[in-house]
Design a protein around this ligand. Structure first.
Ligand code: ARG
Length: 458
């Protein structure tokens, strides 16, 4: 059944039908479509636009469609143009005349604007809760690893020692921002478009605020033309999702590097790795690689949405139907990636010995050796030059700063004394760094307490 056709004398071309129809993908929000319709008729009856009997019969019919689709007794067939036609046709089939009143004071333009909003709203909530799961996993790893020393990198070169807790703490901050961005998006999209009609409102005395309240929005949208053509919130959500993927992708890249034969900082659980069909020794970090690879799809959805919208004059145009497939794909991709990444982190083993020996062998304590000299009256620029000489000496001998004898130290600079070893030990290097946000135990404890509070107050 079509929702239009009265003014047409010819059948629609088959190819046109297929090109125009959206049922194959918008059937995804059949629940939202029914939910919106129930709110709409409830309001119509309250306003005396339809009778209470009609309302009851429509709602009973809609609920029976909901149950039947849920149970599988009713299949959403591709012979309909879209989900709205499917629901209305089924309703009329089930309850007859009253079903024809469902669409009073409504257009598919405000209907689809509502359905998409309801769907995106519930998916954002779902993605937010997956983000919280991931934050909890990171938090637990942080708590267990405040003294797991490892090299911190700049330019992917060993720079200064940090801890695993500190390194993971950086990702905690990123995903915390992602969570708050999703919350911001929810806040800005919290206005109900239903009752905007095709573009210019309706002549029926609708109570749009009542419908908005029934559907748990803050209030009704302010301009009917904007209501039916606004997809800003889709762009915002895709931007939020792109940032989540960017963060996951950076994290994945580190997992891949840390899992390599050269690093061996981590061991990915067998359940989260795959093998090679030809090389028996291989255990590949495919999950991390796929997460990194799928990032492109989500960025693509964002670019696609922005581009589809940029030339659309007010109000609704069919271009807007293009808001769905890529958005659905981006949502599915992000949900899958967060879930898999979380599972991979939860089951991952950290090779603490490799991490700390890597930190010891990369001159990550060179800055602290220079600071030692500064604390003994040497100007920093001179200290920098002296420690540079020490490093050259060590590279030549294939040893670490910690392995030099005091005599060797003194030959390069007589200021060095026995306490240099303590001053450049990994523990000292990390534990003396206690400014807010630094890796020292005191600073880390404060960060972990703050994270705990954040998680407890969600
Ligand atoms: N399938 C359409 C969409 O997704 C529904 C709205 C149709 N409105 C219209 N005037 N043709 O945008």
């Amino acid at each position: 059944m079509k929702l239009w056709g009265g003014r047409f004398t010819k059948e629609t071309d088959e190819l046109v039908n297929a090109f125009n129809a959206s049922i194959s993908f918008d059937k995804r929000f059949w629940r939202e479509d029914i939910e919106g319709s129930i709110a709409h008729v409830t309001m119509l009856a309250k306003q005396g636009i339809i009778t209470d009997e009609d309302k009851t019969s429509i709602i009973t019919g809609l609920k029976s469609i909901l149950e039947d689709v849920d149970s599988g007794a009713l299949v959403i067939g591709d012979e309909y143009e879209d989900i709205h036609s499917f629901v209305e046709a089924n309703l009329i089939e089930r309850i007859g005349e009253p079903g024809k009143k469902l669409h009073t004071g409504r257009s598919r333009n405000d209907q689809v604007a509502l359905d998409m909003k309801l769907y995106v709203r519930s998916e954002i909530k779902e993605i937010r809760s997956l983000t919280v799961d991931l934050l909890k996993t990171i938090h637990n790893i942080m708590k267990d690893n405040t003294d797991t020393y490892m090299p911190g990198f700049t330019h992917l070169q060993k720079a200064q020692p940090v801890t695993l807790a500190h390194h993971f703490g950086a990702y905690f901050e990123m995903f915390k921002r992602d969570y708050s961005r999703l919350t911001d998006t929810l806040e800005r999209m919290n206005y109900c478009p239903l009752g905007s009609g095709a573009l210019a409102g309706t002549t029926y005395p609708l109570d749009r605020e009542y419908t908005a309240k029934l559907l748990e929005f803050k209030c009704a949208t302010a301009n009917s033309m904007d209501s039916v053509s606004d997809r800003d919130y889709v762009v915002e959500m895709l931007n939020d999702l792109s940032l989540i993927m960017m963060h996951l992708s950076r994290f994945s890249e580190e997992v891949i590097i840390w899992n390599s034969n050269e690093y061996r900082f981590i061991e990915i659980d067998d359940a989260y790795s795959t093998g090679s069909s030809i090389m028996p020794q291989k255990k590949n970090p495919d999950i991390a690689e796929l997460v990194r690879g799928k990032t492109g799809r989500v960025y693509g959805a964002l670019m696609s949405m922005l581009t589809s919208l940029k030339g659309i004059p007010l109000a609704y145009n069919k271009d807007m139907q293009e808001d769905k497939e890529l958005t659905f794909d981006a949502i599915d991709t992000v949900k899958g990636c967060i879930t898999l990444f979380d599972g991979m982190l939860k089951t991952m083993k950290f090779n603490k010995d490799s991490m700390s020996s890597s930190a010891r062998n990369g001159f990550t304590n060179a800055t602290d050796a220079a600071d030692y000299l500064v604390n003994h009256g040497v100007a920093f620029r001179d200290a920098h030059g002296i420690v540079g000489e020490l490093v050259l000496f060590c590279i030549d001998k294939g040893i670490a700063l910690d392995d030099m004898s005091l005599d060797e130290y003194k030959k390069i600079c007589p200021v060095f004394e026995e306490d240099i070893y303590e001053a450049i030990s990994m523990k000292t290097c990390v534990e003396k760094r206690n400014t807010k946000g630094a890796p020292g135990a005191t600073a880390m404890k404060a960060a972990i307490t703050a994270n705990e509070e954040f998680l407890n107050n969600l």
